[in-house]
Design a protein around this ligand. Sequence first.
Ligand code: SF4
Length: 322
Amino acid sequence: MWKAPLAAVNDEIIRRVKLLSALGCDILRFSVPNVETADRLGKLAERVSIPLVADIHFDYRIALKCLDWPIAKIRLNPGNIGADWKVREVVQKAKDRGIPIRVGINGGSLPKGLRAEKDRGRAMLHAAEEELSLFDRLNFDDVIFSLKASEIDATVRANTLFSEAYPYPLHLGLTEAGPLVSGIVKSTFTLTTLLRAGIGDTIRISLSDSPENEIVAGREILRITGMRQGGIDIVSCPTCGRTDFNVRAFLADIHPFLMEQQKDLTVAIMGCPVNGPEEARHAQLGITGSDKYAVIFKEGKIIKRVPFDKALESFKEEIRRY
Ligand code: SF4
């Protein structure tokens, strides 16, 4: 999810969108609060290859405007668009343009009649069914659903119930998951539970953090569940009393580069030359050393020793070459 207002379509925005794509983002959603932003998003969609999704609330005219452009999907809830004829216009245009609509159920903003329900997962299912009935009346089935809550159990239950009852694709996520570390832990638990049960078609990690970190977290979840191949698996030691090499600082420097690589490689960053290469023998490439020099190793065997100030570039070069 893009987190800033889309104020302009310029080279900087395009560079960042391409970076997210290189990090593993396969589909990118933008908030579209007005018709002007809809045009900007449309122009952006013409300039990038990654599919873009328009997130729309309340105003059907924004949805109609978005549908003039080559976007991949719109996200709206018919229930908050208002009169039936407005929903009908949007749905008809989406049908004509072959653009799917995603409905997003949020456990924190359920319709009044469902808020007291104790079984929160079932309440979310009923909310989804209310939205679905509007599409059914309009004979529109190119829909995707998301049922997200900030509680793990409710999210897992809602998606499980929905997938048992309906054939529509599901976009998964734990909403308002929190700050970086706890948000990733909670999201990983929720999404791996669902993905391993065969539920879910797209995912989003919702963190109070950068979109880049959301993408990397999502990518790693897909990798550990075996749903995504390629990209670098990083092995790094926790450091101990033997540490000579500043693992954290080196990782901070090289991490963006590693995240952008598509190669299917295990790369190790280890704290000491005595144990590091051996402990990380399963990595295809690794680095360790001290504050004066670095050693680069390949499958546990040292292949190069370089001055510390050349360590970053030399290691990148070895990775590129591998
Ligand atoms: Fe400690 Fe060296 Fe093992 Fe890292 S590689 S945990 S520094 S012994």
